[in-house]
Write a protein that binds this ligand. Structure first.
Ligand code: ATP
Ligand code: MG
Length: 278
C-alpha cells in the first residue's frame, strides 16, 4: 500500500479517535478545521517550514543529510514549482511537506497544525483530509477499476458507498475519464492513468495538491493536458499546488518557482502564469 493513501482504519480514527489536550477533547475533525490550541498564525500561510533538516541514517556511523535547513512558506491558493537537479532533495522535501516522512529537525506548520510534533495517527488523518498526492508513476492500485481507485481515499475517510461512487464519477468526469471508469490501470494510457490519479488526489477535496514530476513519464502533448488540469484546479477551485518538475516551461507557468540545490533553496522567481509559454 502506498504511504500516500490514508491508512486503513482511518474511518475508525475519524469516528472514535479523540485525545485530551489541555482538558479539552480534540478530534481529528477539529484538527482539520480549527483547533484553537493547535492552530495559530497567519491564515494565509498554509505551509510554513523553518530550517528543515532531513538526515537519513544509512548504517552506523554514516548519516546522509539531504535537506540542510530549508525555509519555505506557501500561501493559500499559490501554485508553486520546485525545480532542481536530480538528487537535490526535491522528493525528500515533498515527502516532508506531505507528511509521508518526518523532518529530522526544524519547524513545520501545515494549515496551522504543528506537524513536527503531531502523532503518526494525526499525520495520517491530516494527509487523508488535506493533501492530494500525484506521482510520476501514477501509483494506481492494479487490477482495480479507475472508479474504485478514486473511491479508495474516500473509503479510508469513512464515506458511504453511495457517496463514494457519486463523487468518484464526478471527479472522473472532471478529468474527462468518465467513459473509462470501469477500466483497470493496465488498460489505460499513461496520460489516462495520470488523469485518474489526479481525480483520486481530489477525492477528499484537499486544500493542497502535491505533484512530484506528474508529467515526467508523459510526452509533451499529454503533459500539457495534465498541466491544464492543474491550472483549472488552481484557478477554478483555488487549490494550493506544489509541483516538482524538470520542465522549465511548465515551471514558468506557475506563480512562483523555487530552485533547490544540494538540499537548500538557492533561487526564487516569480512565474509568468498559465499563458506564458507553449
Ligand atoms: N530513504 C533514503 N535513504 C537514504 N538516502 C535517501 C533516501 N531517499 C533519498 N535519499 C537520498 O537523498 C538525495 C535526494 O534524493 P531525492 O529523491 O529527494 O532527489 P530529487 O531531487 O527528487 O531527484 P530526482 O529529480 O532524480 O527525482 C539523494 O542523494 C538520495 O540518494
Ligand atoms: Mg524526485
Amino acid at each position: 500500500m502506498n504511504r500516500g493513501y490514508c491508512q486503513i482504519g482511518l474511518h475508525n480514527i475519524f469516528q472514535s479517535m479523540k485525545r485530551k489536550k489541555k482538558n479539552q477533547e480534540i478530534t481529528i475533525e477539529d484538527i482539520s478545521n480549527t483547533a484553537p490550541d493547535l492552530v495559530s498564525g497567519d491564515d494565509n500561510i498554509v505551509i510554513d517550514m523553518k530550517h528543515i533538516i532531513k538526515r537519513y541514517f544509512i548504517g552506523q556511523p554514516n548519516e546522509l543529510e539531504v535537506l540542510h535547513g530549508v525555509d519555505m512558506q506557501v500561501r493559500r491558493g499559490e501554485f508553486v514549482a520546485i525545480v532542481g537537479q536530480s538528487g537535490s532533495g526535491k522528493s525528500t522535501l515533498m515527502n516532508v511537506i506531505g507528511a509521508l516522512d518526518r523532518p529530522t529537525e526544524g519547524e513545520y506548520t501545515l494549515d496551522g497544525v504543528d506537524m513536527f510534533n503531531a502523532k503518526d495517527k494525526d499525520l495520517s488523518a491530516i494527509r487523508c483530509k488535506k493533501i492530494g498526492f500525484v506521482f510520476q508513476t501514477y501509483n494506481l492500485v492494479a487490477r482495480t477499476s479507475a472508479l474504485k481507485n478514486v473511491e479508495l481515499p474516500m473509503l479510508y475517510a469513512g464515506l458511504s458507498g453511495r457517496t463514494r461512487s457519486r463523487k468518484a464519477k464526478e471527479l472522473l468526469e472532471m478529468v474527462d475519464m468518465a467513459e473509462r471508469m470501469h477500466h483497470q490501470p493496465d488498460e489505460l494510457s499513461g496520460g489516462q492513468k495520470q488523469r485518474v490519479a489526479i481525480a483520486r488526489a481530489m477525492a477528499n477535496d484537499p486544500a493542497i495538491i502535491l505533484a512530484d514530476e506528474p508529467t515526467g513519464a508523459l510526452d509533451s502533448h499529454t503533459g500539457r493536458l495534465i498541466m491544464d488540469i492543474f491550472h483549472r484546479l488552481h484557478e477554478e477551485q483555488g487549490k494550493t499546488i506544489i509541483l516538482i518538475t524538470h520542465s522549465p516551461e511548465l515551471a514558468s507557468e506557475c506563480s512562483r518557482i523555487l530552485t533547490l540545490k544540494d538540499g537548500l533553496f538557492i533561487d526564487e522567481k516569480k512565474g509568468s502564469g498559465r499563458n506564458a509559454v507553449l
